[in-house]
Write a protein that binds this ligand. Structure first.
Ligand code: HEC
Ligand code: HEC
Length: 297
């Protein structure tokens, strides 16, 4: 045995080192035991009788399942065409030029906006501007920037523009070619109308305070209609009775103006209470109903 070897075998040379070694010998297992107890204890908290089983915690855990979720996250992404997204969402304002939106087909509305370039238009559409809600009110979870871009190109090119289709982003999943199956198309349409409703809601956040004026007259009604109700009623989003469509309104008008007032204030199926404009007064909502009913007589 060499001297070097001996040195390696005995690391404890002084009484001080011996004491340190003894203390460490006690402490390390104790620390390990404390950590283990903690670990087991924490686990026990997720079992029966713990806070994890309270109604609230359970409701939170099952919440995502309780929603009707049409999307299949694992399926290859099927992008809406510009025309599809336009019809489902943007048309609510851009078809008729509601709320000052550049009207599709009106090249004089679009020329000054096309001039600064596609990127500038995309930036405004994503961020919102005036009565134009950010992303047309859609959520980035439902509608990608790419699809917004396609809708812009669709609208601009239908209005005298000559923009190229935006480049499709790379598909993260393996399923390369996205098949436009019936199911996928249907889910796109559903997401579209949901997005349109979201658009309606989002536009209220900015528009509603302006509409909440005093007086239950037709002026106030028109104002609220132009800023809120038109988001769905102008083009019949979510099957809302279309503005000015006598056939759609006649059976509803027949139920009496009070019924319509109440439905508009309290909501009816896909129609949110007050059209989503929680800040609007009952009188203004009634006035908006009167305005819509007058236009459909
Ligand atoms: C609630 C009504 C509303 C909806 C829904 C809506 N827009 Fe708009 N949009 C507007 C208004 C109002 C303007 C004019 C804003 C301004 O210039 O003050 C506008 C302007 C625009 C512009 C022109 C921006 C520029 O360069 O000046 C683009 C592009 C646009 N919208 C795209 C879209 C797209 C795409 C959608 C659908 C995804 C959509 N909009 C949905 C109301 C709407
Ligand atoms: C998010 C979309 C949306 C918005 C915004 C919206 N509506 Fe509606 N509205 C609907 C839908 C959808 C229906 C059809 C409901 C049904 O009959 O199932 C409807 C129906 C109605 C009816 C007929 C009710 C009946 O009894 O037949 C009235 C009146 C009405 N809306 C008024 C308004 C007014 C006023 C506003 C604005 C303050 C407004 N809506 C905003 C979607 C909307």
């Amino acid at each position: 045995m060499s001297e070097a070897h001996n040195e390696h075998e005995s690391l404890i040379k002084t009484p001080k080192q011996l004491i340190a070694a003894v203390i460490a010998g006690f402490l390390v297992p104790i620390v390990v035991i404390v950590l283990l107890v903690n670990y087991v204890g924490n686990n026990a908290l997720t079992g029966a009788g713990s806070s994890a089983m309270t109604e609230k915690a359970i409701a939170e855990r099952i919440a995502p399942v309780a929603h009707v979720e049409i999307k299949d996250a694992s399926a290859p992404r099927v992008y809406q065409t510009g025309e599809q997204l336009y019809k489902a969402v943007c048309a609510a304002c851009h078809a008729a030029g509601t709320a000052g939106a550049p009207k599709v087909g009106a090249s004089e509305d679009w020329a000054p906006r096309i001039k600064p370039g596609y990127d500038e238009m995309l930036k405004i559409a994503l961020a919102g501007k005036g009565a134009m809600p950010a992303r047309g009110g859609t959520s980035p979870d439902d509608v990608t920037d790419y699809e917004i871009g396609r809708a812009i190109v669709y609208m601009a090119n239908a209005s005298g523009g000559k923009l190229p289709e935006p480049a499709q982003p790379a598909q993260p999943a393996a399923g390369a070619a996205a098949p436009a199956s019936g199911a996928a198309a249907a889910s796109g349409a559903d997401a579209g109308s949901a997005a349109a409703a979201a658009a309606a809601m989002a536009s209220l956040k900015t528009a509603a305070p302006a509409a909440a004026s005093a007086g239950g007259n037709l002026d106030a009604g028109k104002k609220l209609y132009d800023t809120v109700c038109m988001a769905c009623h102008a083009s019949g989003v979510l099957n809302a009775p279309k503005f000015g469509d006598k056939a759609a309104w006649a059976p509803r008008i027949a139920t009496g103006i009070d019924t319509l007032h109440t439905a508009a204030i309290k909501g009816l199926n896909a129609m949110p209470p007050k059209g989503g404009a929680a800040g609007a007064s009952d009188d203004d909502v009634k006035a908006a109903v009167d305005y819509m009913v007058n236009a459909a007589k």
